[in-house]
Design a protein around this ligand. Structure first.
Ligand SMILES: O=C(O)C(=O)C[C@H](O)[C@H](O)COP(=O)(O)O
Length: 210
């Protein structure tokens, strides 16, 4: 089955910045998701890089109706299945493998897989994926690289992440093949640790207004 683009487009076009979140403590998930949604960023990507991540996704899905909780750093089929079972509304991966294509096949929950090179983009297209993450964006060639991709892969839309910030987000967002960007700058570790939810809402407002 091809990518569930109908489910992905509202996530990618509903806000210009998708927060990429790393949480060590599940108790922080609900107040953080509420703070980001209050600032205009309801869709959030909680990365499966910590032991707490799946519990964080579960709690946000159950307790924050205004949020659209997604899972990031999905590296294999097991990650995909666990993230869906936890309540993820969308799934983000830095890449795309045959195993991941199989895991996503037949699921309504949409997968946003990553691609960088022409061959990776062509493989993604062959698997039915037109909406892709571009990671690590700055290190892989930045906005200039993506601009070149638009001439050859006009049908592909990207969400660049990795090194994107309030300073360079518009370089990407002004491109015809970019729908949104992702970044961790709206949920800094020190502000999460200190519980500065109002400060995070302010960061979200600034990002939402880019
Ligand atoms: O692991 C994943 O699946 C990811 O989503 C990678 C993240 O998008 C970047 O790590 C965010 O990069 P920074 O904004 O530079 O911190």
């Amino acid at each position: 089955m091809a990518q569930n683009v109908d489910a992905l487009i509202p996530v990618m076009t509903g806000q210009k910045v998708i927060p990429v979140i790393v949480l060590d403590n599940a108790d922080d998930a609900v107040p953080l998701a509420r703070a980001l949604a209050a600032g205009g960023l309801p869709a959030v990507e909680i990365t499966l890089r910590t032991a707490a991540a799946l519990e964080c996704i579960k709690r946000v899905a159950a307790e924050v109706p205004e949020a659209i909780v997604g899972a990031g750093t999905i590296l294999n089929g097991r990650n995909f299945d666990e993230a869906v079972a936890a309540g993820s509304k969308f799934i983000v991966s830095p890449g795309l493998t045959p195993e991941l294509v199989s895991a996503a096949n037949g699921h309504d929950v949409p997968l946003l897989p990553g691609s960088v090179t022409s061959s990776e983009i062509m493989s993604a297209l062959e698997a039915g994926y037109t909406h892709l993450k571009f990671f690590p964006a700055e290190q892989a060639g930045g906005a200039a690289y993506l601009k070149s991709c638009s001439t050859v892969f006009g049908q592909v839309k990207f969400c660049p992440t990795g090194g994107v910030s309030v300073k360079n987000a518009n370089d990407y967002l002004s491109l015809p093949n970019v729908l949104c960007v992702g970044g961790s700058w709206v949920a800094p570790k020190d502000m999460i640790t200190s519980g500065d939810w109002d400060g995070i809402t302010e960061l979200a407002k600034a990002a939402a207004g880019i």
